[in-house]
Design a protein around this ligand. Structure first.
Ligand code: UDP
Ligand code: MG
Length: 327
C-alpha cells in the first residue's frame, strides 16, 4: 500500500503492504566485518519474538567487500535478506530513505550496521509501538564513544529539544522503530537523519524514546567527522525555517523588510524635517545607514515574494498527513 499520494501528501494509516511483521533497515558504508554478526543477532532476536521479518541492507557505496558479504548472507538467510547497493556514497539519509521505501513490514526498525546497536533491544521498542506510539527513538544512555563526540552531542540534543518542541535525550541515535506509515512519510534527504524524531513530531506523530544498550565500535571507524557539527547546525536552521515559514515565507521576510524600511524612513524623515526647519542638509553616517536599511528592506520583501512564488508552485505538496481513515 502506497503511503504518499502523487501530490506528496502523507497518510500514515497505510501498513506498508505488510509482507512481513517487521522490516529492519540497515544503512552501511564499509562495514564488511560487522555484517555477519549483526545478521545473526537480528535473526536470533526476531526468531525468539516469533515475528516474520526481513532485513533491508542498503550499501551506501562501500569500497570494501560489504556487498559481497550481504550477497553471502542472502544465500544463507534467503528472502529475509533484501539489499540495495548505491553506485556511490550518497550519505546515511539517502540510504535510510531508499531502505524505508523498499521495506514492506508493518513495523520498520532502523539500526546502524557497526554493532553499536544491539538487536536485543528490538522487542522492547516494538512493544512500545504497541502502546500507541508511532515512533520509538533509541536513547544511548550509557554511551561508548569518545568524549569529543558525546559532549557536543549533549549540547546539540538539548538545543534540538528546545527548537523542535520535542523533549528527547538522543535525537541522532540510528536505532529507531516506526509504524511503517510514519517512517514512509518522512522526507529524509541531505543530512536530515539527525532530525527524524523532530520531523515526525512536527508531522503529528506520537514520538517517545526508550533506553537502548550501546556498544563500542568493534571494527573500522566512525564515518562522520568534525563537519557533522557544522552541517547539523545548518540543517537545524533550514528545518526551523521550513517548519515555521514554508507556507508563508512572506511572514518572515516581509516583517524583516518592513522593519528595515520603517527604520530607514524614520531616520530620513527626521533629517527631512530638520532640513525644512533649519535649512541644513546633512549627509551623516546615519543617513547612509538609513538608505542602506531601506535598500535591504526592499530586498527582503523581494526575497519573500520569490519564496511565496516557489511555495505557490508547490501547492498540494505536504499540506497534510493523515493518521487514520474509515472507508
Ligand atoms: N553510514 C552510511 N553512509 C555514510 C556514513 C555512515 O550508510 O555515508 C552508516 C554506517 O555504515 C553505520 C551508520 O551509518 O551503519 C552510522 O555510522 P557511524 O557508525 O560511522 O556513525 P557514528 O556511530 O559514529 O555516529
Ligand atoms: Mg557507529
Amino acid at each position: 500500500m502506497e503511503t504518499l499520494n502523487s501530490a506528496g501528501n502523507g497518510t500514515w494509516d497505510a501498513d506498508g503492504g505488510k509482507c512481513v511483521d517487521i522490516s529492519i533497515v540497515v544503512p552501511l558504508y564499509n562495514e564488511e566485518e560487522s555484517l555477519p554478526e549483526l545478521m545473526k543477532g537480528i535473526s536470533d532476536t526476531l526468531g525468539e519474538m516469533g515475528k516474520s521479518y526481513e532485513t533491508v541492507f542498503v550499501d551506501d557505496g562501500s569500497s570494501d567487500a560489504s556487498f559481497d558479504v550481504v550477497k553471502s548472507l542472502r544465500k544463507t538467510y534467503g528472502a529475509r535478506v533484501k539489499a540495495l547497493r548505491f553506485s556511490r556514497n550518497c550519505g546515511k539519509s539517502a540510504a535510510l530513505h531508499a531502505g524505508i521505501a523498499l521495506a514492506c513490514g508493518g513495523i520498520i526498525v532502523t539500526m546502524d550496521a557497526d554493532l553499536q546497536d544491539d538487536p536485543k533491544a528490538i522487542p522492547e521498542m516494538v512493544a512500545k509501538l504497541g502502546e500507541g506510539w508511532d515512533v520509538v527513538s533509541g536513547w544511548k544512555k550509557v554511551r561508548h564513544d569518545p568524549l569529543g563526540k558525546t559532549f557536543p552531542s549533549k549540547i546539540w540534543n538539548a538545543m534540538t529539544s528546545v527548537v523542535s518542541g520535542l523533549r528527547l535525550h538522543d535525537f541522532n541515535c540510528g536505532f529507531k522503530a516506526y509504524r511503517a506509515g510514519a517512517a514512509k512519510n518522512l522526507d529524509i534527504y541531505g543530512e536530515r537523519h539527525r532530525y527524524l524524531p523532530a520531523m515526525a513530531h512536527w508531522d503529528g506523530c506520537r514520538v517517545t524514546e526508550t533506553v537502548v544498550p550501546h556498544h563500542a565500535r568493534k571494527f573500522g571507524k566512525s564515518k562522520f567527522g568534525a563537519w557533522r557539527m557544522f552541517n547539523g547546525a545548518m540543517d537545524m536552521i533550514t528545518l526551523l525555517f521550513l517548519k515555521r515559514y514554508m507556507k508563508s515565507p512572506m511572514h518572515f521576510f516581509g516583517i524583516l523588510g518592513m522593519l528595515l524600511i520603517g527604520a530607514g524612513v524614520g531616520v530620513l524623515g527626521y533629517f527631512g524635517v530638520m532640513w525644512v526647519i533649519t535649512g541644513a542638509m546633512r549627509i551623516r553616517p546615519l543617513t547612509l545607514l538609513a538608505v542602506g536599511s531601506m535598500v535591504m528592506g526592499v530586498q527582503f520583501i523581494s526575497i519573500g515574494l520569490i519564496g511565496e512564488m516557489i511555495t505557490n508552485s508547490l501547492q498540494g505538496r505536504r499540506q497534510y498527513s493523515i493518521r487514520e481513515r474509515l472507508e
